[in-house]
Design a protein around this ligand. Structure first.
Ligand code: SF4
Length: 350
């Protein structure tokens, strides 16, 4: 028999939400640039500032990070453009997890670099994210490919780094990893959104140290975003007409936030998000089997707007290999979890 559902701590007062007034409307669009998502990105022209073209590679976390970068740039007065030929600055938000993505970025950088040399000497090129963290020396010193290298915890510093690079004519770099940064106070710019579904990042980094993975080294230690700021963002999305959120983290179900001396678990967070609106569907990615608690499965069972779907990485079917991968569960434990999930949440899919 599966364990009985532990009680969730649901607040007995309405949750207060932070206003996020910038969410959908006031992204500066430079004159003459084509805005592919005009109804959501129309806004005042920013004169005298540079246009930034932002290209994203890799996972959903990177898409979510690019929305944070867009917000930082907008607040610093930069314009965003969907047309790379009209950009003054091209930023590639990169992935170092898959070799294929890394090679793609390298080829892209070579092409941009050639274009810069031949036609656009003033163009600034930047690499953000995991590849910046992992290959900073190569990108800057050996290959001299870029003007800007920014790691995933230093996005707030991009405007200063761009100024620094413009003034000095040298490359600017910040790849400092943080134990605290969650970008909790930054309202992401949904600059490439379909207006229906959105990513909401709730934690960053990972402490698990699986043998095959670079995430703990490129994205740093695990930290969870404050509950209130997550609920505020979800509330703003509902008010903006969004119908679905995908809650994101490198190891999303290890979310844990200390709220007035009591820990809020991922299950409880999900439960609270589900109360915001019955119209809002909730998904999450990606979860670790060791953190898939019965409490979480009961939230799936009880809340109709939490989708009955779990992305639960197998990684391997052999316990010895799993141990060498440092995955902390055995084949039998994984299969038992699978059965428990199907018992608590009939019809759940994986
Ligand atoms: S849990 Fe996921 S992100 Fe963390 S080290 Fe393992 S594979 Fe990488």
């Amino acid at each position: 028999m599966p364990a009985a559902r532990p009680p969730l701590r649901v607040p007995d007062r309405p949750v207060e939400y932070h206003a996020m007034t910038h969410l959908l409307t006031d992204i500066p669009v430079l004159e003459g640039t084509e805005d592919l998502d005009a109804p959501k990105t129309a806004g005042p022209e920013v004169s005298g500032k540079k246009a930034v073209y932002l290209e994203t590679y890799g996972c959903q976390m990177n898409v979510s990070d690019s929305e944070i970068v867009a917000s930082v740039l907008r607040d610093a007065g930069f314009g965003l453009t969907h047309n790379e030929n009209e950009a003054d600055i091209v930023l590639l938000n990169t992935c170092a997890i898959r070799e294929n993505a890394e090679q793609k970025v390298r080829r892209r950088l070579d092409a941009l670099r050639a274009d810069k040399r031949r036609n656009r000497p003033d163009l600034k090129l930047g690499v953000l994210g995991c590849m910046a963290e992992r290959l900073r020396h190569k990108l800057l010193e050996q290959e001299k490919l870029v003007d800007l290298v920014v790691g995933p915890d230093a996005y707030r510093d991009i405007p200063r780094l761009l100024d620094e690079s413009a003034e000095s004519g040298q490359a600017a770099v910040n790849v400092q990893l943080s134990r605290e940064e969650t970008y909790a106070d930054i309202a992401p710019v949904r600059y490439d959104s379909n207006g229906v579904s959105a990513f909401v990042s709730i934690m960053r980094g990972c402490d698990n140290m699986c043998a095959f993975c670079v995430v703990p080294f490129t994205r740093g230690r695990e930290r969870s975003r404050p509950v209130e700021s997550i609920l505020g963002e979800c509330r703003s999305l509902v008010e903006g007409g969004f119908k679905e959120v995908t809650v994101l983290g490198q190891n999303v179900n290890s979310y844990r936030y200390d709220e007035n001396g009591t820990a809020v678990s991922f299950a409880e967070l999900l439960y609270r998000i589900s109360l915001i609106s019955p119209e809002l569907r909730i998904r999450y990615s990606t979860s670790h089997p060791k953190d898939c608690s019965d409490e979480l499965l009961h939230v799936h069972a009880e809340r109709p707007n939490v989708c009955n779907y779990i992305h639960l990485p197998v990684q391997h079917g052999n316990t010895d290999v799993l141990q060498r991968m440092r995955r902390t569960y055995t084949r039998d434990e994984y299969l038992a979890l699978f059965d428990r999930a199907r018992t608590i949440v009939p019809g759940i899919s994986f």
